[in-house]
Design a protein around this ligand. Structure first.
Ligand SMILES: [Zn+2]
Length: 291
């Protein structure tokens, strides 16, 4: 048993409290990708003006291989709904990586003394492709700062990305020590970070979200053993035990799929990670990951 004072120092750390990269309109930022790869999930965005529980990003239950080939997997109720209803977005990859943002003016001019803050950068397929090209052309992104901006639209975080020939943190011993210590002390496990990308719910809950947000259930869902939409609605309303059974079935299915997805890695990122420059004088992995 213990007692705790009402102080922010005593609040349990949460991925939802981490600061994220968000540029203001016209802002230019200088950042450093401190990680060699990005965490990703396939997610759907669901629109619902009236119910925030049914709105937002949800992690797709589709098989990544099927999603890569077809763009959807009907084993995921949201994939199925996205083909019919405009309130459910198609499955798309969302990425997340830790970066350091240097302290600068709004126009990107460095402020002395040099300092930086650790942020999460959440981005989509376009930015990922852009970073892959930079990595292929310039090598390890931890040796090159990035200039982002000027930001054209704050709401959409639309900005260009330019690469610098050097990385300031490697030229300043104090800054380098600060980057390493801050990253090591602050980073969360991937299983926690993934919550930032979307909510993970089972197939049955997804069907409830479709009903709430689109007004109708998807016609058929093979994964949960529910036979038809007409029967589904009546069963849910009139006979709660049927609903519970299907929840159990879909829950185990969802867990199995989640496990498969967790082990999956983005193909391009794997290639990039495995082609580390042999001439590196700094062992980033040892410094940053206690290997
Ligand atoms: Zn899906």
């Amino acid at each position: 048993m213990a007692r705790v004072g009402y102080s922010s120092d005593n609040v349990a750390p949460s991925v939802f409290n981490l600061d994220r990269l968000k540029l203001q309109k016209e802002e230019v930022a200088r950042v450093l990708c401190i990680e060699q790869d990005a965490l990703f999930e396939h997610v759907h965005y669901v629109e619902n003006e009236n119910d925030k529980e049914a709105r937002g990003s949800f992690i797709c239950l589709g098989d990544p291989k099927v999603l890569g080939q077809e763009g959807y997997d009907d084993n995921c109720p949201l994939c199925e709904a996205a083909r019919t209803y405009s309130c459910v977005g198609q499955s798309s990859r969302r990425f997340l990586s830790y970066i350091f943002k240097y302290r600068t003016t709004k126009k990107g001019v460095l402020e002395k003394p040099l300092s930086a803050s650790l942020l999460l950068w959440v981005f989509g397929e376009g930015v990922y492709s852009n970073l892959v090209k930079k990595r292929e052309e310039w090598g390890d992104l931890r040796k090159h700062d990035l200039l982002l901006g000027p930001c054209q639209a704050e709401r959409f975080q639309k900005f260009s990305i330019e690469i610098c020939s050097d990385a300031l943190w490697l030229k300043d011993e104090q800054l380098k020590a600060m980057f390493i210590q801050t990253y090591k002390e602050s980073k969360f496990a991937d299983a926690e970070l993934t919550k930032v990308l979307g909510r993970r719910v089972d197939a049955n809950a997804m069907m409830g979200i479709v009903r709430k947000s689109c007004g109708v259930a998807p016609s058929v869902d093979a994964t949960v053993g529910v036979v038809a939409s007409g029967d589904l609605d009546l069963d849910s309303i009139l006979n709660p035990t049927v609903k519970e059974d299907s929840e159990v079935a879909s829950s185990s299915e969802g867990t199995k799929k989640a496990q498969v997805k967790k082990d999956a890695k983005p193909e391009v990122a794997s290639e990039v990670a495995s082609s580390v420059d042999l001439n590196d004088t700094m062992d980033f992995d040892a410094l940053l990951n206690d290997i």
